[in-house]
Design a protein around this ligand. Structure first.
Ligand SMILES: [Zn+2]
Length: 479
């Protein structure tokens, strides 16, 4: 089972200056592999019949180091290799349907470099922790990191990252504890009776109007603290002002950069609060020893946050009001509530604990009576009150809804619907022009010009040269 922590660390200016190429070059290799893979995929699709060999997915990277990219030699080769391995891991996750096809890492987002054990060492002096980074040839130095919690053993690898000027050290610990699969958990729970499951299931309802962010059928509720809310609102207000200022500033100027940094800092603050609250809430939900199943409303956050299509008037051709502004307010509330985060966190924590998180269909959950199942719009007297028109059951509307979700959750488990269908494959047919000379069939060993995003160390965009060799990169065992 894998577990991870992220600690703040404090490299000084000199360290940072030396570390940036490590980060940039690892990203360069990662992105180069993506370009290469995309090229091969395109090639394969175009000349499906002519190509008999499988397209290579390998961990070769030496062909990216050429006379055009001599600076790649300025960092230890292990840093570059780790870039390929990272890409490979992302690719394997994609194959197992655990994620999308790897995409380009961008130079203006959170930056990180993955360091394996030969590139760093950790030591402790006078109750303070230090990490020393470098190899014999490429020394970077030693700086402090501050573990805010205990860790049981030293990590085999670390991820050093920088975001908005803050540096972090990510530990990942693999322990020997067995983690049950989702199938094992679900099949075990299917053997329970309905009554047993009702006892051991909780329903979790997202709710924004009542001020709390999450209502649970067990009577718990989670919300941001008053101070947190105040500060988040303040940051939000400031950001509005900064956005306005930003739009008037010259792009790329010092002032513009400063404003952008301020906005990013504010956003990071809000994001951290949201993650913190949702981590704690999910921990509490999962740690409840009486609970085996956690049922969430299936809200398809992505669909809900999409803005409506623009509408055009039938004759005038003018753009009509499409409710985007009204929806924007709702979007903000949904995203603000961190609902998606809570689901993600709860899901992985539950799996480690041998518990099951299910999504249940959402429609009508706010109008259904959790006791007799009677569904009617009139049941919902107001935003906060629920009065059943048949059995007169009266309760806070959100807790009634979470009760309904709980019942639906039990049904989902017993009917086997907890199994997730694999995402549907859609076949896309694209008309493509046959490329320029050079993309003739039979030349499958030609490596494409590698497109790269970002420019490591401020150089011009680089194209790795086309290499014509006898397909030395095919490595059957490397897949
Ligand atoms: Zn009722």
């Amino acid at each position: 089972m894998q577990d991870g922590f992220r600690f703040r660390c404090y490299p000084d200016k000199a360290h940072q200056k030396k570390l940036m190429p490590w980060i940039g070059h690892q990203r360069f290799i990662y992105n180069a592999k993506i370009s290469e893979d995309r090229y091969f995929q395109r090639f394969k699709n175009r000349f499906r019949e002519e190509i008999e060999e499988e397209v290579p997915i390998d961990q070769q990277y030496s062909h990216f180091i050429t006379e055009l990219t001599p600076w790649l030699r300025d960092v230890p080769s292990q840093v570059l290799r780790n870039g390929v391995v990272r890409w490979m891991q992302a690719y394997r996750r994609f194959f197992k349907k655990l994620g999308g096809r790897p995409t380009f890492q961008k130079a203006n987002r959170k930056q990180s470099v993955w360091l394996t054990s030969e590139l760093f060492s950790i030591c402790r002096r006078n109750d303070r922790w230090f990490i020393r980074i470098g190899t014999k040839k490429f020394k970077i130095g030693e700086f402090e990191f501050v573990p805010h919690r205990e860790f049981s053993r030293l990590p085999a690898s670390v991820v050093l990252s920088v975001e908005g000027g803050h540096w972090y050290l990510g530990f990942s610990n693999e322990d020997d504890q067995y983690e049950p699969t989702r199938d094992e958990i679900g099949e075990y729970l299917e053997t329970f009776t309905c009554e047993d499951l009702l006892e051991r299931t909780i329903g979790i309802d997202r709710n924004t109007p009542a001020g709390k962010q999450v209502a649970v059928s067990s009577g718990q509720a989670f919300a941001y603290g008053e101070t947190q809310k105040e500060r988040m609102e303040k940051k939000e207000r400031h950001n509005k002002r900064y956005q306005k200022r930003l739009s008037l500033q010259t792009k790329g100027s010092n002032g513009w950069r400063k404003t952008r940094k301020r906005i990013a800092n504010n956003n990071r603050y809000t994001r951290n609060i949201r993650r913190d609250v949702m981590h704690k809430a999910s921990r509490e939900l999962v740690d409840n020893p009486r609970v085996y199943v956690l049922a969430f409303e299936d809200l398809r956050i992505q669909n809900m946050t999409k803005s409506p299509d623009p509408k055009q008037g039938p004759e005038t051709g003018k753009w009509l009001e499409n409710g985007a502004a009204a929806k924007a307010g709702l979007n903000k509330a949904i995203l603000h509530s961190g609902w998606g985060l809570l689901y993600t966190f709860t899901r992985y924590k539950a799996q480690r604990a041998g518990k099951l998180v299910v999504q249940v269909p959402a429609p009508g959950s706010s109008q259904e009576c959790r006791l007799c199942g009677f569904t009617h719009p009139d049941n919902r007297k107001s935003q906060s009150d629920f009065v059943c028109q048949r059995c007169e059951h009266t309760e806070n509307a959100d807790f009634n809804a979470s009760g309904v979700i709980k019942t639906r959750g039990v049904k989902v488990v017993l009917s086997g619907q907890w199994r997730e269908k694999p995402p549907q494959k859609t076949l896309r047919l694209k008309k493509r022009q046959v490329g320029p000379e050079g993309s003739e069939p039979g030349q499958s060993t030609v490596r494409s010009p590698v497109e790269t995003r970002g420019k490591p160390r401020g150089r011009k965009r680089l194209n790795a040269p086309v290499e014509e060799t006898g397909n030395p990169h095919y490595n059957a065992s490397g897949v």
